[in-house]
Design a protein around this ligand. Sequence first.
Ligand code: NAG
Ligand code: NAG
Length: 495
Amino acid sequence: MVSLFYFFLFPLLALCTTTSAAALPLSTESRWIVDESGHRAKLACVNWPSHLEVMVAEGLSKKPAEQISRNLGLFEAIGGLQINNPSIIDLSLINAYKAVVGSLAKKNVMIILDNHTSKPGWCCSSFDGNGFFGDAYFNPNLWIKGLTQVATVFNDTPSVVAMSLRNELRGSRQNVDDWYRYMQKGAEAVHAANPNFIVILSGLNYDRDLSFLLKKPVGLSFSNKLVFELHWNGFSDEEAWENGNLNRVCGELVGEMARKAGFLLDQGYPLFLSEFGVDMRGTNVNDNRYLNCFMGWAAELDLDWSLWVLTGSYYLRQGVVGFDETYGVYNWDGSGVRNQTILHKISALQYPFKGPGYSEVGLYQVIFHPMTGLCVKRLSLVERLVLGPCSEAAAWTYDRRKTLTIIGSYFCLQADKLGQPAELWIVCSGAGSKWEAISDSKMHLSSKLKDGSDVCLDIDSDNNVVTNHCKCLDRNSKCDPGSQWFKIIDSTRRE
Ligand SMILES: *[C@@H]1O[C@H](CO)[C@@H](O)[C@H](O)[C@H]1NC(C)=O
Ligand SMILES: *[C@@H]1O[C@H](CO)[C@@H](O)[C@H](O)[C@H]1NC(C)=O
């Protein structure tokens, strides 16, 4: 059985939801992924590995597949495939895989297949023989054959919406010419086998570099089905977040993301941030700092995304049985989620700010707070500003005079005194009325008071919006500006 399916499986699944049920199949309209009715389907996904040595979706020993799919990140316990998924034990690998996908399909979860490795095992290193076309375990012809077969198998399963052709291309063999050659071939093969699929293409250098597309687009015989993917984690830049000045590091790395991949949005392609994640214990300073910068960026660009990773442990990883996955949404035994606070924060990114079908009202701005995943909200009776869910965000216009006015009212944002609440005044002019995004990160919203001093928008311990001294504008690497980071984000979503 193993030899028969050796070259057949080893994908990873991404399980996706959208804020409202999407009519399938999906396609693309400029930089947006849209459903059959033309409405934006913002993909909010979580990765579910099944590419390790055991080659079965992780966690099935801990929980019934139905429940994993229903809860998508929530509860329930106890071990043994035999207890929870007895029917899977007797299946061949492909049927086990189909059984998992089938149970997800029943729960209206959308599935993206990802060809993760050829030789099953923990991914990825530059020397594992799985990194690029022509590597020891990566024969391009077998790959195309495998993609074709898998695309065909899921031909009649509409909830399998997309296929990522290969995870994290890497290693000494990687080159741009072969990238075009084989990615185009692979994309054509998948499209021919299953024209409903969205085809997702990964970049070079562990899916961190798509810059070569700036000069030469991909040439395909079909349209409206192509998406590019990008990976960005805290550890991608080693300890940069912990060791550097956060405003500076965030500004530099966001700039790099724009050059390496973000430009694709302007060219009219969707960009799927298919792996990002943090240590869910909440104790990894580098990850925590990265996450705040990432949240601002992902919200501003309103990206489709997939969190790494669903499972809290692996049957077997790098020789360790029951390996603990600290980036897992679930805890080790699947009895609960690891960190509700972090999940809640990330869930802010599920909300589409704009895109087809979200344009009933004109363009306005919301003020997003990445550290909490909340938005600035107006408490109208007392005319105070607090943080609240972005679905309740105040709708602002941010105009050329740099004032922030609540749409449909005269109320505007005014800084009055240091350490005091940011106020809503009827007429804003002069000192304290103009707001500018400053610092290397461009995430401090700053205004000048009458006495000439600069203040920055901040929050107090009750999530009231206040004005304080601007933090971390020097080169200090110890300082964390998180509470003062805000992003003015374009939105067209009806309230
Ligand atoms: C993944 O690629 C390998 C070749 O590297 C191929 O043998 C396998 O069938 C493919 N699997 C899927 C699920 O696409
Ligand atoms: C969750 O993460 C936060 C940091 O974002 C941390 O303060 C908290 O202790 C973590 N909670 C758990 C249960 O690990």
